[in-house]
Design a protein around this ligand. Structure first.
Ligand SMILES: [Zn+2]
Length: 349
């Protein structure tokens, strides 16, 4: 039996402070995309009506049954075009669903993190890829909790192509830059963004351990944000990247991201058209890695469970079930709408 957790209209007083019996049931309707009837309600304060569907993440979608399958394809190294073919829908549908999924994943992650909820130690590293062509590289700082492999935050920023190049490649870069202008390097901004997230989430006044390679930028930005609280541990990036390497957790996370996301694979036809799409795909990957997948292939405990951010692993359908976009002033949903174990027992899928 579904009970509305609050009035869904942010201007209503029962949106922020719902009281028992704040709404009455007024029958149901039968949507085309679901076999069972959906109950409708009227709020006693604002007199407006809503239904159970108003609280679902997939409300207003015509094909909600695609969501979990699509998420599954997006973290199995399948590009958007083959995903559309596999699901039997238009490419445009998949493109729109991709952006919806990314927005939902970002809200989901944000709603489960509170200031002080992550104590570390943390590891940070940048992986490099490109948008559209190899003359437009981007950097992707990835910040994780070292013990649980929980992805705390990622960012994406442009880089200028550097490193070893053949004379032909140098000429092409010059041609590219005459056409589009010199490409800026914004690694600093991107790293600062992920460290700023850490600053919001780490306990205030407690020491913060950050492990990285020896790029001086990490220490500088970390000290600017955390001051004396920062315990920066830098390890040589040239050491063999096996499980004895102190940076194994972050190296492994980045290798897994390349394995899961088609656009991060090396030597592939599948590339990011824009870095914003790459950021969207990283949000989707973080939802799956943190809340649905076990820390290793053998354990069922997810990184978020290990950090006590949620009580159980989410099935894909569960992670995509309830709306998360309620806005910063809205209260969190009642536990039965946020916790995997409860949604499972209510049997509404
Ligand atoms: Zn109301």
């Amino acid at each position: 039996m579904f009970d509305a957790p609050r009035c869904p209209y942010p201007t209503c007083r029962f949106h922020l402070r719902p009281q028992p019996g704040f709404c009455v049931r007024i029958g149901h309707y039968r949507p085309l995309c679901r076999p069972h009837p959906v109950p409708r309600f009227r709020c006693r304060a604002c007199r407006r009506t809503f239904s159970r569907q108003t609280f679902r993440a997939d409300y207003r979608q015509k094909k909600p049954h695609l969501n979990a399958r699509f998420l599954d394809l997006m973290i199995r190294c399948v590009g958007q075009r083959p995903a559309a073919q596999s699901l039997g829908v238009a490419r445009r549908t998949v493109e729109r669903r991709f952006l919806w999924l990314a927005r939902h994943a970002a809200w989901f992650h944000q709603n489960r993190l509170r200031p002080g909820s992550l104590a570390g130690p943390f590891q940070l590293d940048e992986l490099e890829t490109f948008e559209a062509n190899r003359y437009q590289p981007v950097t992707v700082p990835v910040l994780i909790d070292r013990r649980t492999f929980f992805i705390v935050d990622t960012a994406v920023a442009p880089l200028r192509r550097k490193g070893r190049m053949t004379p032909l490649q140098r000429r092409r870069r010059a041609e590219h830059e005459t056409l589009h202008g010199r490409r800026p390097s914004h690694s600093r901004n991107a790293v600062r963004r992920v460290l700023a997230s850490l600053h919001r989430l780490a306990p205030a006044r407690a020491p913060v351990t950050l492990e990285t390679d020896q790029k001086p930028l990490y220490g500088r930005l970390g000290r600017a944000l955390f001051g004396d609280r920062l315990d920066w541990r830098a390890f040589p990036a040239t050491a063999r990247r096996d499980h004895r390497n102190p940076l194994f957790p972050i190296n492994h996370t980045n290798a897994r991201l390349r394995h899961f996301l088609s656009r991060l694979k090396r030597r592939t036809w599948c590339v990011s058209r824009t870095r914003h799409h790459l950021q969207a795909h990283l949000s989707i990957a973080a939802l799956w890695v943190n809340y649905c997948r076990g820390i290793t292939g053998r354990t069922r405990t997810t990184p978020a469970q290990a950090l006590r951010l949620c009580p159980a692993a989410y099935r894909l359908e569960e992670a995509l079930s309830w709306r998360e976009d309620w806005g910063p002033r809205s209260p969190a949903l009642a536990p039965q709408f946020c916790q995997a174990s409860c949604t499972r027992s209510s049997g509404i899928f």
